[in-house]
Design a protein around this ligand. Sequence first.
Ligand code: ZN
Length: 411
Amino acid sequence: MTSYSTRLVRVNPQNVAALLADTPSVRDTILRAAAAGCKLPGSDPRALAHSWLFTGPPGAGRSTAALALAAALMCTDQPGQGCGACESCRGILQQRQHTDLVFISPQELSIGVAGVREMIHQAASLPTVAPYRVVIFDNADRLTDEAANALLKTVEEPSSSTVLVLCAPTDAPEDFSQTLRSRCRHLYIPAPSVERIVEILQAEGHSPQDARLAAVTSLRHVGRARRLVSDPMAQRRRAAAINLAESVFHGSGGYAAATGLLAAITKEAKEAYQEADAKEIAAVELAYGAGAKGKGAAKAQREAKSAVKRVEELQKKRATRRLRDLLDLALVDLAGIYRDALMVKVGANVEMTHPDFAGLAQELAAKVSEEGLVAAQDAIRTCRNHIANNVGPALAFDGLVGRLRQACGAR
Ligand SMILES: [Zn+2]
């Protein structure tokens, strides 16, 4: 199953320029940097920074852009351009694999000093075959201040054969450690157009109709569009979230629907990674020689136990983050239907967020006042803030249903 943290960029062999064609500013910056890195004639040496910060809304393709920079720097056929077809380009763009590529994607909610040690170590190593070692660090917005400080020296004076790319899914770079930001070259990666997502999904073998519906309803998030088009569970959850707008009119039914949705999301967050988590634990046990007999076995078992405990704690943190991400997505879906209803109400001629739920949008537009539809969107924003600030999901959802009922004049 595809998921946010393990999603791979699967593309037909496409060169770097074509891969980034949808965002010319990003394409040009990356190609100029790679041309400088490979000392192509006429290139401007100042175009290559050794420490980058890529920001942009979730799903915009920050990691694709970072991998494109790596491919262009390490391409063996067209150094500085990234042919997309040589072994080096294919490994990097399709599998995130190359001897001199390090892709770190921590899953914790908050990344401490221990979480950046690997990056510091990797950044200090010399490349083996390529002219550069490219170290990509995803989710850098979750670095604690201590971790950001630990990274400062690396970011400030990276080795001349290292290129660091910190990626942060945020529209507000001010969220990001000011000290780190000031030492990196900043590149903003905008969300892809709906047309571009349709193209990507079609290239992956989906029908034009399915690709379009998923692209429109994904809120221009490529990973999400991919899930919607291929994962029935994601589709069902989306429908359940949107239908909550209808359920709140039915007294206690609204609360029951919210509880059901919450349970389904919690189950999904847990199950989607159960197998991977179990494998991770088994690998740790194996590494510590679990089940060994004889001299030193007791000590080895104690060590194995504590290592497993550490991994379990990490997995718990990851699970919390996944649950929060999924809850947030459901709330964004729900907000979309009130937005659509408002557009219907004021007669705006715009593309619907949920074209497959046009009937519900019309029904809401007929039943609820303009102020009510705005208040409903405010209620959802409040709930998203509650969840982001650690309010228990059950409590946050109960409050949401109460506010939605009030906003929609339900009795
Ligand atoms: Zn190549």
